[in-house]
Design a protein around this ligand. Structure first.
Ligand SMILES: [Zn+2]
Length: 215
């Protein structure tokens, strides 16, 4: 290649026509655009990993089996001024169902803008797929169980479990989540919403799920 270039007169090898210049500029702009797009994509991906995904290792009762539990934090749901508590006040987990399978954003919108609550009424939502969503920080007082909100964590199964059966994936995720929360916050009391108030929640078909944590 170098040998070949040596054979070309100096002016011809270095001078570019205006057409060639245009092509070069356009290529430069194109590469710049691709770079910006890639940068944006990578940046957004990292942001999502950092702010929305939290991986938690869960220890079972047997103590020798570790699960990796993925919890997706949902940001920017409708809310008003949040009321806070100290983690030391927590001594209870209350299990719920939504009564009607719904989009999380719609539930939050209803609780905040129709009911006038400060935030969506649960800390965790378990989806049919088994995916676990965190809707409120643990320190946030979430209005999910009258008279017990300050001391409890609300875990909700998305669907109607008076009428339908929860999926295996939901039950598996729910069990891991409750065990993790029990261990992390030293919680001994796990109840269904109906044990504390006049409601069918979380439904007949989640009774066994709640019972397994009582001993
Ligand atoms: Zn409930």
């Amino acid at each position: 290649m170098i040998k070949y270039l040596h054979g070309i007169p100096r002016e011809r090898s270095l001078k570019l026509s205006s057409f060639q210049m245009d092509i070069l500029i356009m290529l430069g702009l194109l590469m710049f655009g691709v770079f910006i797009l890639l940068y944006g994509f990578v940046k957004v991906s990292f942001k999502q990993m950092k702010f929305e995904m939290e991986y938690i290792e869960v220890e079972t009762k047997k103590g020798n089996e570790n699960y990796e539990l993925a919890i997706k934090k949902v940001k920017n749901l409708p809310h008003k001024t949040l009321k806070k508590r100290s983690v030391a006040e927590i001594d209870m987990i209350v299990i719920h169902h939504t009564e009607k399978k719904s989009r999380v954003w719609d539930i939050a919108d209803y609780h905040v803008n129709k009911n006038g609550w400060s935030t969506v009424g649960y800390h965790y939502m378990i989806q049919s797929s088994g995916k676990i969503l965190q809707l409120n920080e643990i320190e946030t007082i979430s209005p999910h169980c009258k008279d017990y909100n300050t001391r409890s964590i609300g875990v909700c199964f998305n669907g109607n479990f008076e009428e339908n059966m929860p999926s295996d994936a939901m039950l598996e995720s729910g069990e891991k989540l409750v065990k993790y929360l029990k261990t992390k916050y030293g919680i001994k009391t796990i109840v269904g919403h109906g044990e504390l108030g006049n409601t069918d929640c979380p439904g007949e078909n989640l009774k066994l799920f709640v019972e397994q944590f009582k001993n």
